[in-house]
Design a protein around this ligand. Structure first.
Ligand code: SAH
Ligand code: SF4
Length: 344
């Protein structure tokens, strides 16, 4: 197993069957070795830096019906809200004062936000904070819309591919959503010039190790600037409400593998990971993650943005909460830096 890990470290690649062997059979001892290799690789590229992204959850309305997500349109119990331009700018202001230099606008696919509204919001943030990166995570749009957002000043886009295998994709989504459209969106984003992020949930219902190998192969081939990987967590008001949560250990293993497959990747220790494990943040960084996404959404709205039950918030709403975060990162030998943190 160590030979495989060394090869992955050296060549930033393995065959599919080697990847399958690695993720299926790794022992807890070898996993520690894998994490060490992933940390070394992250350090080669980004030193001991950990970058912050201020997450602004702009809307809990969604027209889609992904089976796993608490915001799905069919969830009549979900409380809905949307932020207007002035509320979003207020979040940016709070974030900027705390030293955050990336704002992530994330939300359900909410048709209230026309391209015109979004372009107005993006260009105002761009003018007000010329030194900051603007990341969008607003789902599938036409290439024309993506281009408008880019021209307005957005720099990055997160759109998890969710499942590269179409058989799994179709078990997680209704018929109107398919992997082909998703991959087209990702290609368009990259072509336009966005720093692009894909990714998937670990331990989603019906997901096998073979599916995961296909996801890893896609990530290796696509060469995204960012990858979002977190455990699947059930939401009681969805069709998957009774399903088991994804494994924290497997999530950490996959973070490390992705760090080694795409050495320059910007890799968050996700909120889902921190929700699944109290030490998720620290464990994630120890497995090769180098990004944390503290929540900047207005406090009253946060519990309404419930993708899964018990969603936690890595806080940044106060200087005190940020100091706490910095302390935890520092305790494992890393440093939170005030920088945009673009992909190398
Ligand atoms: N609507 C946008 C952004 C919001 S959802 C989109 O879908 O891209 C952001 C991510 O949350 C999704 O990509 C999905 O991978 C994750 N997510 C949704 N429900 C989840 C759940 N039950 N457990 C873990 N992650 C979940
Ligand atoms: Fe909507 Fe995104 Fe949730 Fe799917 S995952 S229902 S697109 S918010």
């Amino acid at each position: 197993m160590r030979k495989l890990i060394d090869k992955l470290y050296r060549e930033a690649n393995l065959t599919d069957s080697e990847l399958l062997d690695l993720i299926t059979n790794i022992s807890s001892q070898d996993r520690e070795y894998l994490f060490e290799c992933a940390r070394n690789k992250a350090r080669e590229k980004y030193s001991h830096n950990v970058y912050l992204r201020g997450l602004i959850e702009i809307s809990s309305y969604c027209k889609n019906d992904c089976y796993y997500c608490g915001l799905r349109a069919s969830n009549k119990c979900a409380e809905r809200y949307r932020l207007d331009k002035s509320q979003i700018l207020e979040c940016c202001k709070t974030g900027y004062e705390l030293g955050l230099r990336t704002f992530v606008l994330q939300g359900g696919e909410d048709m209230h936000y026309t391209d015109e509204i979004l372009v107005d919001i993006i260009s105002t943030i761009r003018k007000s904070y010329p030194d900051c990166a603007i990341t969008l995570s607003l789902g599938e749009k036409s290439v024309t819309s993506y281009q408008k957002y880019f021209d307005a000043g957005a720099n990055r886009y997160l759109l998890r591919h969710e499942a590269y295998s179409s058989d799994l994709y179709s078990k997680l989504h209704p018929k109107n959503l398919n992997i082909e459209t998703r991959l087209d969106c990702l290609k368009n984003l990259k072509q336009i010039g966005f720093q692009t992020g894909c990714g998937f949930m670990v331990g989603a219902p019906y997901q096998t190790y073979e599916h995961i190998v296909k996801d890893l192969r896609f990530i290796k081939d696509f060469q995204p600037e960012m990858v979002g990987i977190g455990p699947f967590l059930p939401h009681s008001d969805t069709p998957f409400g009774e399903e088991q949560a994804g494994s924290v250990y497997l999530t950490l293993t996959l973070l490390a593998v992705v760090r080694l497959l795409v050495p320059t990747v910007l890799l968050p220790a996700t909120t889902a990971l921190s929700t699944a494990s109290e030490d998720g943040l620290v464990l994630g960084v120890r497995a090769g993650a180098n990004v944390v996404m503290p929540n900047l959404s207005p406090v009253d709205n946060r519990k309404k943005y419930e993708l899964y039950n018990n969603k936690l918030y890595s806080n940044a709403e106060s200087a005190q909460a940020k100091a706490e975060l910095e302390k935890r990162i520092k305790s494992i030998g890393y440093e939170v830096v005030e920088a945009r943190g673009d992909a190398k």
